[in-house]
Design a protein around this ligand. Structure first.
Ligand code: HEC
Length: 171
């Protein structure tokens, strides 16, 4: 009986070693785990998602980033001069008078309180208020830039007719 047990144990051990050895030399098929292919597919998918859901106005904004335009407001302080310059990046969506544009879903902001404008810009940049459309611009604005832009926007005529009249008077 003891001899039989020893014999069986040795046999089992032998078979085990044989099986483990073959397992080690089995060819591994990488096709199922092709990381490069998977990564590429993932990237393509992510790009497609961005194309569908991402902000569409970014290109147009880059074009008008440094446009020269006549100020609607009397630039009688250095802050308004600075704010007018920064607001050049906003008019593609919000309009020269801050009157807003339905096509961009950009609201009327001209004449809004400066502290409110500044707070919205600060919150958007910090991500406390989500605004994907404005993010590319906000990245380049310092807290002082936001203050200056807010000061300029707050001086814009709130009323559309008043804005048009002010534009006319400037000509
Ligand atoms: C690419 C278009 C685009 C540009 C450029 C842009 N905005 Fe906006 N802005 C929007 C949209 C869209 C909203 C509405 C966001 C929402 O629905 O919350 C908005 C909202 C705002 C608001 C909030 C208004 C409110 O009543 O709460 C402020 C303030 C504002 N923008 C200021 C600016 C300023 C200042 C600039 C330039 C530095 C600027 N925006 C540039 C598209 C734009």
């Amino acid at each position: 009986m003891t001899r039989l047990t020893v014999f069986l144990s040795v046999l089992t051990g032998f078979v085990l070693i044989l099986v483990l050895n073959t397992y080690k030399t089995l060819p591994v098929s990488n096709e199922k785990f092709d990381l490069v292919k998977t990564e590429k597919a993932y990237k393509e998918h992510a790009e497609k998602v961005l194309e569908v859901t991402g902000p569409k106005e970014v290109e147009a904004v880059a074009e008008v980033a440094d446009v020269e335009y006549a100020p609607v407001v009397d630039l009688n302080t250095p802050q308004l001069v600075a704010g007018h310059k920064i607001f050049g990046q906003c008019i593609a969506c919000h309009g020269k008078g801050g009157e807003g544009k339905a096509s961009q879903k950009a609201p009327h902001i001209g004449g809004q309180y400066d502290w409110y404008i500044e707070k919205q810009l600060t919150d958007m940049k910090a991500g406390a208020r989500i605004n994907a459309a404005m993010m590319p611009i906000l990245k380049g604005l310092s807290p002082q830039d936001m203050k200056d832009a807010a000061a300029y926007v707050s001086q814009l005529p709130w009323n559309k007719e008043a804005y048009l009249a002010a534009l006319k008077a400037k000509k």
